[in-house]
Design a protein around this ligand. Structure first.
Ligand SMILES: C[C@@](O)(CCOP(=O)(O)O)CC(=O)O
Ligand code: SF4
Length: 394
């Protein structure tokens, strides 16, 4: 692989052992993939930072890099395995809390933003054509599909290496020729709401994994695009779609590619595959997979007001980025009285939810409905927050 003089210097260890290790990793993988050279990135987003996923070996690896290693570009990290700065509404072992705190501390020492979120695009908006090195499959699909920025689905260590040297290998979705649709998918039932967008995404990932689908799914809200991308990236290896009137790279329906259709039967099949409980059985409602920006809390309060609900009989848990801001922390008491809990900087999928004894929950996230039964043995009902507020408003 061609390396610039500066890259050679880093590879020789002239910027310290952490950057040397990072450069070695990127060069070795890049060469194995046949990449010609490295490219500069403007934002690294590192997944694989939850203690429940990476355990002691991951903690030691990150602490090792942090003793001397500093990020070279704007860098953010994914949700942790326990809420940051607020008590969790489920049991988290003390060892887990302490070791998770050490991981976050090591990342901050390296110069990471205090992020703890899977929506890094809410912290720094990617520009079309910009090169990124992101982990977190949902964020990758959103960056490519919604923002027209360029990133592959990077594993945790590769994204961390990219953060340390500000580069990644020129391969895959960084190359223009790999960003053209390979299949046109006719969406016969336009998705209403977030759940249906997620179900559509689930089928896209399941049926067209490895393809780059072109879709016309009507007028989608940003949150629907996010839900669709997240589900497609969970059920398959989808890293990008071109969505008509949404993606910056949309040039109209492509000619000369295969064609497929997704109809009402497919959405029904998707629901049957991911839904394992009814709304009646749900002990709580979880929303925020992917994370919601903090202002979602106002929308929830508005929704409750619209339905004349002052307190919910069953709780709503909302996952939001990183350490909750001061206004949100101040609201915590009022929210608790309404039976709403904020989960800052964490993700139920990589949490210790399995210890909670919960048997069934409701969510508007198809991605969570896909993972939670597998990870924590919790059954899941798919519903909108409004359905839940109507069902459990006091
Ligand atoms: C399911 C997922 O969002 C969980 C978070 O994973 P991690 O602990 O950041 O590796 C990972 C992914 O989809 O990339
Ligand atoms: S909340 Fe969902 S999208 Fe975010 S890290 Fe967890 S599983 Fe991934």
């Amino acid at each position: 692989m061609y390396l610039t003089r500066e890259e050679e210097r880093i590879l020789k260890g002239e910027e310290g052992p952490a950057r040397q290790l990072a450069m070695k990793l990127l060069v070795r993988i890049g060469e194995a993939l046949g990449a010609e050279r490295l490219i500069r990135i403007s934002h690294a987003h590192v997944s694989g930072v939850s203690y429940s996923n990476i355990g002691d070996p991951g903690l030691e690896f990150i602490e090792g890099l942090a003793s001397g290693g500093r990020v070279a570009v704007y860098s953010t990290f994914n949700p942790a395995g326990a809420p940051l700065g607020m008590d969790p509404p489920y049991p988290v072992p003390r060892e887990h809390v302490e070791k998770q705190a050490r991981i976050v501390k090591a990342l901050l020492r390296m110069g990471f933003e205090p992020s703890g979120t899977c929506i890094p695009y809410a912290l720094r908006r990617p520009r079309p054509g910009e090169h990124l090195a992101w982990g977190e499959s949902s964020a990758v699909a959103v960056a490519n599909t919604l923002y027209g920025a360029r990133t592959n689905r990077e594993g945790g260590p590769v994204a961390l290496a990219a953060a340390l040297v500000g580069r990644t290998y020129l391969w895959g979705l960084h190359l223009e020729e790999n960003r053209r649709p390979t299949i046109t998918v006719r969406v016969e039932t336009l998705p209403r709401g977030e759940v249906e967008a997620g179900l559509l995404g689930y089928m896209i990932g399941k049926l067209f994994s490895g393809e780059l689908p072109y879709l016309d799914a009507g007028r989608l809200t940003k949150r629907q695009v996010i839900a669709m991308c997240a589900a497609a990236a969970a059920s398959g290896s989808t890293a990008m779609c071109v969505v008509r009137h949404v993606s910056p790279e949309d040039q109209g329906p492509p000619g000369g590619v295969e064609r497929a259709a997704l109809g009402p039967d497919d959405l029904r099949e998707a629901r049957e595959e991911v839904e394992s409980a009814s709304l009646d059985e749900a002990e709580l409602f979880f929303t925020g997979c992917p994370h919601h920006p903090e202002h979602v809390v106002n929308r929830v309060l508005e929704l409750m007001e619209a339905h004349g609900v002052s307190r919910l009989r069953r709780p709503v848990w909302i996952a939001v980025p990183g350490r909750a801001s001061r206004p949100l922390a101040t609201l915590a008491g009022e929210l608790a009285r309404r039976n709403i809990r904020i989960l800052p900087g964490t993700c139920l999928v990589v949490s210790t939810l399995g210890r909670s004894g919960l048997k069934a929950i409701a969510t508007d996230s198809v991605k969570s409905a896909f993972y939670l039964p597998r990870r924590h043995g919790v059954r899941v009902a798919l519903a909108s927050l409004e359905d839940f507020v109507k069902a459990y408003g006091a």
